[in-house]
Write a protein that binds this ligand. Structure first.
Ligand code: AMP
Ligand code: MG
Length: 266
């Protein structure tokens, strides 16, 4: 999965990342489905262990263009995990109260506690993406944020948090198909925002903003992955593999129990 890692301190050319790529799996979609089910069960076991051990904290950041598949990823990658230890935090246009604070204030409040997995559906990265593309603050303000973000993520990882960041990489054609299917399907109208069409027109600006953000904030302690996301099943498979591998690497153990020898229940 290293091929999707954004190498810290290297230049990133997002246009070289193929949204249709599937180089890490040569089986069929059905085969992928089977592997995903195995990974789902493993993730469920690992989460149980994470919760029981209550030592590590896991933060998963999902960023993508509209229709990029953030919701679907959450649904499929985390199907089967115990809701008790997993929480999704979605970040929308900031409220007046949020805007009256620094931009990391609302983010820090949602960071995971011991034994918890928190999935960020959008994140502090919006503050160097939509905010930059729409000039919501001047360049000298957003330009400082990459360093703030690296420092903030360093704080989280220094205090027991594992951070994994995924950019779901779709292309303009795929977005068109997905928007069209939302338009054609009355049950999906609630997901269709007229505003998404205006954002779509700014695609090149967004890609530039993403490229800079990923390049400047992929670190050895909080890496970014660019996930080929035109195929949903491939996206889910790759992300599941990365999460499972990362949790396996924590070498978690169930906490020692009291001595239960001779305990009798009447
Ligand atoms: P959705 O995720 O489709 O519900 O949309 C949420 C919207 O909130 C998106 O258009 C985001 O770009 C926007 N948003 C999230 N965070 C910020 C932020 N910090 N500043 C401005 N807009 C934001
Ligand atoms: Mg939306």
């Amino acid at each position: 999965m290293k091929s999707y890692l954004v190498q810290p301190d290297k230049k990133l050319d997002l246009s070289k990342h193929d949204p249709d790529g599937r180089s890490q799996f040569d089986g069929s979609k059905d085969d992928a489905q089977q592997e995903l089910e195995t990974l789902n069960s493993r993730l469920s076991e690992l989460q149980e262990l994470l919760y029981a051990e209550s030592k590590h904290r896991i933060l998963i950041v999902l960023q993508a263009m509209d229709t990029g598949g953030k919701d679907g990823t959450i649904r499929r990658v985390f199907s089967g995990v115990n809701p008790q230890g997993v929480r999704v935090a979605s970040f929308k246009v900031p409220t007046p109260e949020e805007l009256a604070h620094d931009y990391l204030w609302r983010i820090h409040k949602q960071a995971p506690g011991n034994g918890e997995i928190v999935i960020f559906n959008r994140s502090h990265y919006e503050d160097v993406l939509v905010v930059r593309v729409h000039n919501l603050v001047p360049p000298e303000v957003w330009a400082k944020r990459y360093q703030h973000i690296n420092d903030f993520e360093r704080l989280l990882t220094d205090t027991g948090t594992t951070i994994l960041k995924f950019f779901l990489n779709i292309d303009l054609d795929e977005q068109k198909k997905r928007l069209q299917s939302r338009l054609d399907n009355p049950d999906k109208h609630w997901k269709f925002n007229i505003g998404d069409l205006a954002e779509r027109k700014r695609w090149p600006d967004y890609m530039q903003a993403y490229q800079d953000a990923l390049e400047k904030t992929s670190t050895d302690y909080a890496p970014w992955y660019v996930i080929p996301a035109n195929r949903k099943w491939y996206r889910d498979l790759v992300i599941s593999r990365i999460i499972v591998e990362s949790l396996e690497g924590l070498n978690m153990k169930y906490p020692p129990s009291e001595n239960l020898d001779g305990v009798v229940i009447d």
